[in-house]
Write a protein that binds this ligand. Structure first.
Ligand code: ADP
Length: 176
């Protein structure tokens, strides 16, 4: 059987309800969805690759046709290896468009068989981004409506730890 496989690549640092909604929409449209978490050395991430994979797998376990994998290097090489021809990206605002447009043309140049499909989230997630959610948690705000529980817990843990080491650093400095 020729399975229709879609790859949804991203940093997912961490996963938000915006990402999750795109995964759900994609899982209805394709036989299989591979969420491809970028292990990108040049882009510093807040969460390790393992933490990001764990959070996604806990949140998507009810979706039986969703797999989670990690990839390094060129996305098109990952697509070829996984026998997938469709890239899924989410479009939130006009500001996403230019970069996404360029990237999709570059990917097509690198591998002409590929199509990029853009999905639009529910408007309640349009303003959501991983970096904005992290900022709210750092400032001790409530993010329960933006990220799943497991993600919120992981974020609180991470930023609390950082907060402590940051404060300890200050104390040590003052003692010097
Ligand atoms: P990247 O570093 O590849 O942009 P992200 O994890 O930020 O990784 O995003 C992965 C994909 O998910 C991108 O296509 C992005 O536009 C999309 N996305 C992120 N947040 C949302 C959201 N709130 N609604 C819809 N799509 C989103």
């Amino acid at each position: 059987m020729n399975k229709k496989i879609a790859v949804y690549p991203g940093s997912f640092d961490p996963l938000t309800y915006g990402h999750l909604e795109i995964i759900q929409r994609t899982s209805k449209l394709f036989d299989e969805v591979i969420v491809a978490v970028a292990d990108n050395l040049s882009k510093k991430s807040t969460f390790s690759i393992k933490q990001r994979l764990d959070m996604i797998s806990q949140t998507t376990k009810h979706l039986k046709n969703v797999k989670i994998k990690t990839f390094k290097g060129l996305l098109v090489e990952f697509m070829k290896k996984n026998n997938a021809k469709v890239i899924i990206r989410g479009l939130r605002a006009v500001s996403d468009f230019e970069y996404e447009f360029q990237m999709s043309l570059m990917n097509r140049r690198l591998y002409p068989d590929i199509e990029t499909v853009f999905l639009v989230p529910d408007e309640k997630f349009i303003f959501l981004s991983s970096s904005l959610v992290k900022e709210v948690v750092r400032l001790d705000g409530d993010v329960g409506e933006f990220v799943p529980d497991v993600v919120e817990k992981q974020m609180r843990k991470k930023f609390k730890k950082r907060g402590i080491s940051h404060s300890l650093g200050k104390i040590v400095k003052n003692l010097d």
